[in-house]
Design a protein around this ligand. Structure first.
Ligand code: NAP
Length: 269
């Protein structure tokens, strides 16, 4: 497999770093990897043991904090950064904003819009995981907890509620006393989500407002079955130039990194 260091920086096209871990990050990497006018490197946090690797070059693991990220950008001669991380991954986005500002690099955030409540939705919106836990505990609910595995610990003190916990990999310590875990990776069909909610007699769904289509069917299923959703609002992300689609990210990248266009012209010319 080709690595970043196999490609010498001399005469090479500009390097673009995608902070990924999302479907959009992978789609963007696939689109950029087809092109010869710049080199794309995707960065994954390494939370999942067997992640689906994006096309192109990939690095895995945290950078080691803000200063280390800034050093990485300089050392690897990155010319632009696209923050395509999940809406709930706030820390890396803040680090990227500060590191790019320090190093003078252009930064584009690729952010999918949040889901909006529509007719038939029964949403109770909260601002954090702890509030969601207090709410369902007070209801002594049978809960479908579909928030991934990182934040499940916020529900560990719930003694009166029961949880069906869905995650890609087994959550660590801090599970609530009454639960069952199912390990599944989306996207999920609407029929399957309906079946799951009925099979476990779920009366509350807890979800992050992740947006996007990959996990939206659980929201549709809850609407169909008139099951209330405890919707956790997104954390604040830094205010940086933002696009909503992969296509827009590519357009913006071409404008922001003149060297990319210049190199393309040279290649064509
Ligand atoms: P986070 O809280 O914002 O970041 C925590 C630390 O993880 C960062 O400070 C950084 O470590 C490292 N990190 C995060 N994303 C990284 C990336 N793309 N490349 C390299 N290092 C990264 O993030 P998180 O919520 O733990 O999410 C981790 C990753 O999973 C993100 O890439 C995100 O896109 C993906 N993801 C998250 C969620 C979610 O609900 N949070 C859902 C789906 C996918 P250092 O400080 O050491 O650099």
């Amino acid at each position: 497999m080709q690595t970043l260091h196999d490609i010498t920086s001399k005469d090479a096209p500009p390097r673009v770093l995608i902070l990924g871990g999302t479907g959009e990050g992978a789609q963007l990497a696939a689109r950029l990897a087809e092109r010869t006018d710049f080199i794309v490197i995707s960065s994954l946090a390494g939370r999942i043991g067997e992640p689906k690797l994006p096309q192109g070059l990939v690095r895995v693991g945290g950078f080691g904090g803000l200063d280390a990220l800034a050093s990485y950008l300089v050392k690897e001669e990155i010319k632009a950064v696209i923050d395509a991380t999940h809406p709930f991954a706030a820390k890396i986005s803040h680090n990227a904003a500060i590191a790019c500002s320090r190093t003078g690099l252009p930064l584009i955030a690729l952010r999918r819009p949040p889901w909006g409540k529509i007719d038939g939705d029964l949403w109770h919106e909260v601002d954090d995981f702890q509030s969601a836990a207090s709410f369902v505990e007070a209801k002594k609910a049978r809960v479908f907890l579909s928030i991934g595995r990182q934040e499940v610990g916020a529900f560990s003190g719930c003694r009166d509620a029961w949880f069906l916990i869905r995650a890609i990999e087994m959550p660590g310590e801090g599970l609530p006393p009454h639960h069952e875990v199912i390990l599944q990776r989306g996207p999920f069909a609407l029929e399957d989500e309906l079946h799951l909610l009925r099979k476990y007699s779920i009366d509350y769904l807890v979800s992050k407002n992740s947006g996007g289509s990959a996990t939206y069917t659980k929201i549709e299923a809850a609407r169909f079955l008139k099951i209330p959703v405890v919707m956790i609002n997104r954390p604040l992300k830094p205010s940086v130039p933002c696009v909503g689609t992969v296509e827009e990210a590519i357009d913006r990248l071409e404008c922001l990194v003149p060297a990319v266009s210049k190199y393309s012209e040279e290649c064509r010319g």
